[in-house]
Write a protein that binds this ligand. Structure first.
Ligand code: ADE
Length: 225
């Protein structure tokens, strides 16, 4: 997979993509991540990428021309399966979307800043708009990292068996059951007997029931979807 990210603050993301499991995924060539500084496509000597909104109002708007030039240049080299704009107005990110995106070859992510991007970029280029939650971030960079992280960990070879994605919360619309490791008794807080029993089918049953119970208590909305 190849992920390109357009941003006015790419340096915010460099640390993220060069650490831990994501770094390993990059080192193993499971994913290529290319960060692009939008200012490199500004036609203006001040490297300006934002301007005042037509019709007035507070805040600045990311200009159509630098973004269009940048996206067009990238599209000349790479055929993107999706051009994704990270915005609070997008569809809420869910595991199902992540699963689908993890099967794509090339993704282009656009991070907004200020009040957002000129509508014409959405009309011309954007194929999908994604929100990482019902709150407003200062820019799309953290949202892009969230999306990229969730997608990259599903790519073949990225997680080892111990980190397997198959038993994650949300993978089957349920939250994960409780997990424990040694010791089996800590200050009187005991690991449930069943987990020490060695009876795999009973353990699976217990885990499923616990997952159901926890989901009912904490996120009943997940069971209604
Ligand atoms: N940019 C700013 N806030 C955002 C959010 N909640 N989701 C995605 N992109 C954003």
């Amino acid at each position: 997979m190849r992920i390109d990210i357009i941003s006015v603050l790419p340096e915010l993301m460099t640390g993220f993509f060069s650490a831990s499991i994501i770094k390993r995924a990059v080192d193993k060539n499971a994913v290529e991540v290319h960060l692009h500084n939008l200012r490199d496509w500004s036609f203006n000597k001040h490297r300006q990428v934002d301007d005042e909104p037509y019709g007035g109002g507070a805040g600045m708007v990311m200009m159509v021309e630098p973004l269009d030039r940048c996206i067009t240049d990238l599209k000349a080299k790479v055929q993107y399966d999706e051009v994704i704009y990270l915005t609070p107005e997008g569809v809420p990110l869910k595991q199902k979307i992540v699963n689908t995106l993890s099967l794509r070859q090339n993704l282009l992510l656009i991070c907004g800043h200020y009040k957002g991007i000129d509508q014409r970029i959405r009309d011309m280029h954007v194929t999908m708009e994604i929100s990482v939650g019902d709150y407003v971030l200062t820019g799309g960079e953290l949202a892009a990292c969230v999306l990229a992280d969730a997608v990259i960990r599903l790519l073949p070879g990225v997680l080892n068996d111990e980190q397997s994605a198959l038993t994650d919360s949300f993978q089957d619309d349920l939250l994960a059951p409780p997990i424990y490791t040694r010791p089996s008794d800590y200050k009187g807080f005991k690991v449930p007997e069943i987990l020490l029993s060695g009876n795999d089918s009973k353990i699976d049953e217990w885990r499923y029931e616990k997952a159901l119970e926890i989901t009912k208590n904490k996120r009943p909305d997940l069971l209604q979807e």
